[in-house]
Design a protein around this ligand. Structure first.
Ligand code: SF4
Ligand code: SF4
Length: 176
């Protein structure tokens, strides 16, 4: 059997995102068995200033800082893309959450383990559930890693670029 493609990740088209949060709810249900936005591996950030939403999700960096720096080897690259967590090895130290350049590795609400996209075995629940096709799957592409950022900061920066492309004035000190 051929080696599966590596580096698959969820691609976001924020211009199509309606901010309905359905992706978050189905991600949570797929992984945790509950519909809870706070247990989702994808976070929809709303930038109130321009009225836009941006779903922040793991971009499966290569190499991935979270995998490289996890002190217990709890994280690994998944065969279907994404990052896999071995909960039995995780000590909840938050290193992965702090180092993620996209802010896409939130800790669970009780701080027990990180919520990182594992691509649902190759068929992500968020992509399947999105009613506007704002989410899709793509193979590996070289990207320049941004400076370490929170999910909010990353989303606002990306949405500011989008808004400016549409001719909407956004002051740099308010986002970009
Ligand atoms: S399901 Fe789709 S449209 Fe709704 S918030 Fe998520 S990405 Fe946006
Ligand atoms: S929180 Fe868990 S997965 Fe993340 S770096 Fe620490 S031990 Fe590794």
């Amino acid at each position: 059997m051929a080696e599966p493609a590596r580096g698959l990740h969820v691609v976001v088209d924020p211009s199509k995102c309606a901010g309905c949060n359905i992706c978050e709810l189905w991600c949570s249900f797929e992984h945790e068995g509950v519909f809870s936005r706070s247990m989702s591996r994808i976070q929809v950030i709303t930038y109130e200033l321009v009225g836009l939403d941006y779903p922040v999700v793991c971009q499966n960096c290569e190499p991935a800082p979270c995998v490289e720096l996890c002190p217990t080897g709890a994280l690994s690259k998944g065969r279907a893309g994404g990052i896999e967590l071995d909960k039995s090895k995780c000590i909840g130290c938050r290193v992965c959450s702090e180092i993620c350049p996209y802010g896409a590795a939130m800790m669970d609400p009780k701080g027990r383990y990180p919520l990182i996209c594992d691509m649902c075995g190759g068929n992500p629940a968020c992509v399947a559930a999105c009613p506007t096709n704002a989410l899709s799957i793509s193979g590996y592409a070289m990207v320049e890693l941004p400076a370490r950022s929170t999910a909010e900061r990353f989303a606002v920066t990306e949405l500011s670029k989008l808004a400016k492309g549409w001719g909407i004035e956004v002051r740099d000190d308010e986002g970009a």
